[in-house]
Ligand binder design. Structure first.
Ligand code: FAD
Length: 465
């Protein structure tokens, strides 16, 4: 028989949104069950952030090993054993997903494997192949994430791959076509280009990495081209023909239909929220645009005891955003008056060079009617960047003109992904350019770029004229 199990808070989905929410809710005294239909860690740990960064690292190592002649190092016979790369990648993923399991258990969160479906606003069914278990709950947090969009003319198959397929190839392809020059297409296309694959990126818009300033994305374009990649913008992918050994992709650019042959085509045109098979209609949870769940500033849905976080609600579909919202929702359930504030949410592209942004850009500040100073400092004027042989790029610090308040920053350059954290802190803590300029940064470090950009903002830089 199916005797209902009672729980305080039920979390649906164990990605970076759900598992963090479950742990925080348990820390705040709730009896928590987390439901996962697949594997712990969600997209991010299993088929997203982590495995993609592992492949990118391996690609970098390979390239650096081959091309360090300019600093006096020549290596011959540098080879890749791609199945070993894949094994290492899997070991990284396994360490992390095992860690999540340990953390959940350590916080006394019950893990239920199966697919969750709402019966009503206090009841959920969890089903696997064989059985079904009913849970009753006081509060629920939906964190079911998203999946790749499929375009009708490019049905996924053995050679038409989504990001998951692209991450798990067992050999280095000779030639690939990537449809979509967003961050996923650029990162994965770039990773394979590092391994020597001939990559063609087809992008519908004027530029790849459309959300970033052209001065930043053009550095990435230049490096992709150096690796032999071809980037075709304003291109419409039309269709694909599959043969035994590859694909022929048809696209339209400059009013002409063209064809390219390749081993695989990667379709990376975005993701859609997993909100269609949850029984949301049984409970009366309202949707916003594009199948996203409507929520307020506390991540509460239109049904007051049910919350939603991560890729299934508005805002940038990023892992740290999902985790942040997970903590907020758990705290609200725990009786705290927490609210989301997205200004300090960074976004990073792990391309070459890395691109990172937090808070306002010069343009978005102007749009918001804020008078700003945009202060730039080049990596080429930083000793550490030169000693790393990675002197390409710049930081741009956006401060409010009237008082120097830090309201945003963009970085294109080595370690931008780590450097952006200091700027997020500055925004969060309400610091001014003067605060950053007066903070002593160790020498020689890339962190000094932040200090110097702040000095540019207040008008007294030491290392540039
Ligand atoms: P998910 O991680 O999607 O997890 C949702 C979980 O819910 C899944 O485990 C799923 O199985 C489960 N689930 C779904 N429906 C049900 C159901 N009915 N019952 C039970 N369980 C269910 N973001 C970054 O911040 N940095 C990056 O570098 C980055 N790189 C990426 C690279 C790639 C290739 C991709 C595809 C994504 C990347 N992302 C990155 C995005 C990031 O992975 C997502 O934003 C993040 O995983 C969203 O977290 P989530 O908790 O909302 O959902």
């Amino acid at each position: 028989g199916d005797f209902p199990i009672e729980t305080d808070t039920i979390v649906i989905g164990a990605g970076p949104g759900g598992y963090v929410a479950a742990i925080r809710a348990a820390q705040l005294g709730q009896k928590v069950t987390i439901v996962e239909k697949n594997v712990l860690g969600g997209v991010c740990l299993n088929v997203g952030c982590i495995p993609s960064k592992a492949l990118i690292t391996a690609g970098h190592r390979f390239e650096t090993a081959k091309h360090s002649d300019d600093i006096g190092i020549t290596a011959e016979n540098v080879k890749v054993d791609f199945s070993k790369v894949q094994e290492w990648k899997a070991s990284v993923v396994n360490k992390l997903t095992g860690g999540v399991e340990g953390l959940l258990k350590g916080n006394k969160v019950d893990i239920a494997y199966g697919e969750a479906y709402f019966v009503d606003a206090n009841t959920l069914k969890v089903m696997d192949d064989k059985s079904s278990q009913t849970y009753t709950f006081k509060n629920a947090i939906i964190a079911t994430g998203s999946r790749p969009i499929e375009i009708p003319a490019f049905k996924y198959s053995k050679r038409v791959l989504d990001s998951t397929g692209a991450l798990s190839l067992q050999e280095i392809p000779e030639k690939i076509v990537v449809i979509g020059g967003g961050y996923v297409g650029t990162e994965l296309g770039g990773a394979y280009a590092s391994f020597g694959t001939q990559v063609t990126i087809l992008e519908g818009a004027d530029d790849i990495l459309n959300g970033f300033e052209k001065q930043m994305s053009s550095l990435v374009v230049r490096n992709l081209k150096k690796k032999g990649a071809e980037i075709i913008t304003k291109a419409m992918a039309k269709g694909v023909e599959e043969t035994d050994t590859g694909v022929t992709v048809t696209y339209e650019a400059k009013g002409q239909e063209q064809k390219i042959e390749a081993d695989y085509v990667f379709v990376m045109v975005g993701r859609k929220p997993n909100t269609d098979e949850l029984g949301l209609e049984q409970v009366g949870i309202e949707l916003a645009e594009r199948g996203l769940i409507k929520t307020d500033k506390q991540c509460r849905t239109t049904v007051s005891n049910i919350f939603a976080i991560g890729d299934i609600i508005e805002g940038p579909p990023l892992a740290h955003k999902a985790s942040y919202e997970g903590k907020i929702a758990a705290e609200v359930i725990g009786g705290h008056n927490s609210e989301i504030d997205y200004l300090g949410i960074p976004a990073v592209v792990f391309a070459e060079p890395e691109l990172a942004t937090v808070g306002h850009t010069e343009a978005s500040a102007k749009e918001a009617g804020i008078q700003v100073t945009a202060a730039k400092f080049p990596f080429a004027a930083n000793g550490r960047a030169l000693a790393l042989n990675q002197s390409e790029g710049f930081m741009k610090l956006v401060t409010r003109k009237e008082d120097g308040l830090v309201i945003g920053a963009q970085i294109a350059g080595a370690n931008a992904s780590d450097m952006i954290a200091e700027l997020g802190l500055a925004i969060e803590a309400g610091m001014t350019a003067e605060d950053l300029a007066m903070t002593i940064h160790a020498h020689p470090t890339l962190g000094e770029i932040t200090m110097e950009a702040a000095e540019v903002a207040i008008g007294s830089p030491i290392h540039i004229i």
